[in-house]
Design a protein around this ligand. Structure first.
Ligand code: FE2
Length: 332
């Protein structure tokens, strides 16, 4: 029986390697998942077993908005093509943070050669590893050092930077941008506020409104951050993105008052992700907005603070994430 073969393979992988294993049938129903996967995904076996993974995690859709498959396992079942070494960020519905996985898929065919079962093997990987492959290791270590420097000074900014990076990666993937742009988006998210290193903690964590002088000091952080990054030749593009992450689409931002397409595209995306995370996170001086309130605010500021086209894509992206698309970055 084909089903027995699927179970046997899954069991062997489970016993031998402690990897997460999921087997789906041609109707996308899960017929096997091991305990390692339940632990990684923080789900109960009975909540997933015999249910359609499309309904559970992908809002019933085989493909995401933009045309990409919801994940390697679903792609394997639809196309009959096995996939090896696919790096995916999986965020289960209702969970604030996701994880990076390295996924390999295998196909089991029926007598007529049609895909009958697809098996996915999931290994948790350090998120830095994904980008390390695409960037010189020395440069990646510099980025990690920046993260540490931010974290030592200011835990909120570090957490916020990680959230913005995850949102940007999700948005760039949603827009089907190139691999190099996805990597650039991740790095920009991580280091965008590195210039805050030079600002005193009293100003950074001030509960009330900033004075004019204090605000002028805070406004220097994009240029300061860009100046730091520019010290490394390979970070010229990254520095340019960071320098302009507080520009506004209508030209009223800082430091240079750039307008519309004169602002780098990733900077325009970063501005939106930055604002969304700031609105939906708990900070020392205000209570968080709900997701819908934050999206409403972004809509209201489209064309003023934000690029209108990117705002509308971002709103679609967040709505799709929150309606059950599981293969997504960390979201509120
Ligand atoms: Fe900033």
């Amino acid at each position: 029986m084909r089903k027995d073969i699927a179970y046997r393979i899954a069991q062997a992988v489970h016993e031998g390697l402690f990897h997460g294993v999921l087997v789906i049938d041609s109707e996308f129903r899960s017929v096997f998942l091991n305990q390692a996967l339940c632990d990684m995904w923080k789900v109960k076996q009975q909540d997933v077993l015999h249910h359609s993974v499309l309904d559970l995690f992908c809002n019933g859709n085989v493909k995401k908005f933009g045309g990409a498959y919801q994940g390697p396992l679903i792609e394997t079942m639809v196309t009959g093509r096995e996939i090896s070494g696919s790096e995916v960020y999986i965020n289960m519905p209702g969970q604030k943070e996701g994880k990076w996985f390295l996924v390999n898929t295998f196909i089991l065919r029926d007598e007529s050669g049609q895909p009958e079962y697809a098996l996915g093997n999931y290994i948790v990987i350090d998120k830095f590893k994904v980008f390390e492959n695409k960037l010189n290791a020395v440069n990646m270590n510099i980025i990690k050092a920046f993260c540490k420097a931010i974290g030592v000074r200011d835990i909120y900014t570090m957490q916020h930077s990680e959230n913005v990076a995850a949102l940007l990666v999700g948005l760039t993937e949603y827009m089907r941008l190139s691999d190099s742009e996805v990597t650039m988006a991740y790095l920009a998210g991580i280091v965008h506020d590195v210039g805050k290193i030079g600002i005193s903690e009293e100003i950074l964590n001030k509960p009330g409104r900033l004075t004019e002088v204090e605000y002028e000091i805070v406004k220097r952080h994009p240029s300061k951050g860009a100046d730091i990054l520019q010290e490394v030749d390979e970070f010229a593009t990254l520095a340019h993105i960071v320098r302009h992450h507080h520009e506004r689409y209508d030209g009223k931002g800082y430091p240079n008052g750039l307008q519309e397409e004169a602002i780098p595209r990733i900077s325009r995306m970063l501005t939106i992700c930055d604002a969304y995370d700031a609105m939906t996170s708990v900070r020392c001086y205000c209570s968080p907005h709900s997701v819908e309130e934050a999206l409403e605010e972004i809509k209201k500021c489209a064309g003023g603070q934000f690029d209108p086209e990117l705002s509308s894509i971002f709103i679609d992206f967040i709505r799709e994430c929150n309606s059950g698309g599981g293969m997504r970055p960390a979201l509120q």
